[in-house]
Ligand binder design. Structure first.
Ligand code: NAD
Ligand code: 0WE
Length: 256
């Protein structure tokens, strides 16, 4: 008996075996869910297909979230194959490298638009496309965010603004979809070494600071996030919507 027996879920954001989305997928599979994966472009397909195969994931489709046709195609496939959907995981973000290096003051109009489009608007687009399928039995949507949405973190810059938009989108989506029995929540994770953390200057220092200052005195793993994701995506959290749950070892509660 798994917590997700008979449930179907689509995961956006697997890039490799370090991805938070991959850890979530493994945990959901363990609890009996049947999954579909999407990947962001041809370069990632060769990484994502073998991972999908190893979990017995049969539906693997391209989806660059800036492309409305690809979004539509994903949900057409899910409608044809499954007829309904229980789970949607949004675990993706992007900003241009320069925007994460220079002062926030220097953010370009194009860089701002791109970061907000991929990292925040995509949740609205995916939720709308998924809604008719999620409404069939009631469902759960989950997105990944970071503390830089509400506090200034050096170099996080436009991504912080995008995560603020994402977290508020979670609240507005929770209201719209609540009447259809669909819940929408976010996890705010502490720093984790993934592809998205590669080449971020000072990342090692951030990990060291969390280890010193967080109440749990350790860094967070992908599995820590996956366990809270399982709670938010299963009926264990059936009364919870519009929330951002911190999975950060308690770092965010510390003042001084
Ligand atoms: P990751 O690089 O493994 O995942 C990021 C994903 O975004 C990749 O799969 C990439 O393909 C996808 N992506 C980028 N542009 C896309 C587009 N146009 N269309 C579709 N997909 C696109 O890194 P991760 O750390 O697992 O990141 C997953 C989520 O977790 C992100 O939302 C990130 O902001 C969030 N997060 C990460 C950390 C951390 O420290 N690693 C902490 C808190 C929150
Ligand atoms: O959300 C993130 C990462 C988001 C991200 C990372 C990259 C790196 C490569 C978005 N776009 C890109 N674009 C690239 O070209 N995190 C929470 C991890 C992260 O990223 C930071 C952090 C932390 C933590 C960037 C600066 C400061 C701290």
């Amino acid at each position: 008996m798994g917590l997700l027996d008979g449930k179907k879920g689509v995961i956006f954001g697997v890039a490799n075996d370090k991805s938070i989305a991959w850890a979530i997928a493994k945990r959901l599979k363990e609890e009996g869910a049947e999954l579909a994966f999407t990947y962001a472009g041809p370069v990632l397909e060769s990484r994502v297909r073998p991972l999908a195969e190893s979990l017995g994931v049969k539906i693997v489709q391209p989806c660059d979230v800036t492309n409305d046709d690809e979004i539509e195609a994903v949900f057409n496939t899910l409608k044809d194959e499954w007829g309904g959907l229980d789970i949607l995981v949004h675990s993706l973000a992007f900003a241009n490298k320069e925007e994460l290096k220079n002062e926030f003051l220097q953010t370009s109009r194009e860089g701002f638009k791109l970061a907000l489009d991929i990292s925040a608007y995509s949740l609205v687009a995916l939720s709308r496309a998924a809604a008719p399928l999620l409404e069939v039995r009631g469902g759960s949507i989950m997105a990944m965010t970071y503390y830089g949405s509400t506090k200034v973190i050096e170099n996080y810059n436009v991504m912080g603004v995008a995560k603020a938009a994402l977290e508020t989108s979670v609240q507005y989506l929770a209201e719209d979809l609540g009447k259809k029995g669909v819940r929408v929540n976010a996890i705010s994770a502490g720093p984790i070494r993934t592809l998205a953390a590669m080449g971020i200057s000072g990342f090692r220092k951030m990990l060291d600071i969390v280890e010193q200052k967080a109440p749990l005195r350790r860094n967070i793993t992908q599995d820590d996030v996956a366990c809270t994701a399982l709670y938010l995506l299963s009926d264990l959290s059936k009364g919870v919507t519009g929330e951002t749950v911190f999975v950060d070892g308690g770092y965010n509660i510390i003042g001084m």
